[in-house]
Every structure is written in structure tokens, then in C-alpha cells.
Design a protein. Structure first.
Length: 120
């Protein structure tokens, strides 16, 4: 593990992972947790909880059917939701993580850039 991954493992975000149709292997579950901690760990002060839903949309028929939906509930800000589909589960997770990390960064930066209001 790199130094960044070790630091991310030290802090734990409140992550809830749900998988339809039989669930996930422990290795896959740990992969999702580790990636979330690395990508979103620096925003842990702004995050209340993270929900991840993994689903095989088409069932055993194959195709682009692995879906990953990530919802990040932020403190005093609107929630951020991002969904991605791919043929491989890890690719769907990585794409959803990249999108939700961008959206969380933008949302948190907007709050920081917002000027303070003075009482009238």
C-alpha cells in the first residue's frame, strides 16, 4: 500500500454497501471501502454517510449491466449522487467514484467560496 492508502485506512468513513442478487465477496467489499476512503477521506469532516448500491441489472444475460450508485450525504449541504454502468464491477465502481469525488469537491468548494453574510 502507498502512504496515501495507509493514511486513508487510518480514518474510516461511515460507508454502507448494499449489493443485490447474492451480495459481494469480502474482497470486493474491501476494495470499495478502500477506494472510497482514498478518494473521499479528505472531506470526512463534511460527510455524514456514504451509501453504495451495487446491482447486476440484466442478471445472467451479460452485457453492460453492472451498476454502481454512490450517494454521499453531506453536512449542511445537498446530497451528491452518481451512478455508473459497466460490464465489469470494478470499472463501474471506479467510474462512479471518480464522478462522485468531483461532485463532492465542487459542492464543498462552493460552500467555502460563499461569502459570509453580515447581519443587517
Amino acid at each position: 500500500m502507498s502512504g496515501r492508502e495507509i493514511a486513508a485506512a487510518a480514518r474510516q468513513l461511515p460507508i454502507h454497501i448494499r449489493a443485490a442478487q447474492g451480495g459481494l465477496k469480502p474482497v470486493e467489499r474491501e476494495y470499495v471501502r478502500r477506494k472510497l476512503n482514498v478518494k473521499l477521506g479528505k472531506y470526512e469532516g463534511s460527510i455524514e454517510r456514504i451509501s453504495v448500491r451495487l446491482e447486476d441489472v440484466n442478471g445472467p444475460r451479460g452485457g453492460v449491466d453492472q451498476s454502481c450508485r454512490i450517494k454521499v450525504v453531506l453536512r449542511a449541504l445537498p446530497s451528491v449522487v452518481f451512478e455508473s454502468r459497466d460490464a465489469a464491477l470494478n470499472a463501474a465502481v471506479d467510474a462512479a467514484l471518480a464522478g462522485v469525488a468531483r461532485a463532492v469537491r465542487r459542492t464543498v468548494q462552493r460552500r467555502r467560496m460563499k461569502p459570509l453574510r453580515r447581519p443587517s
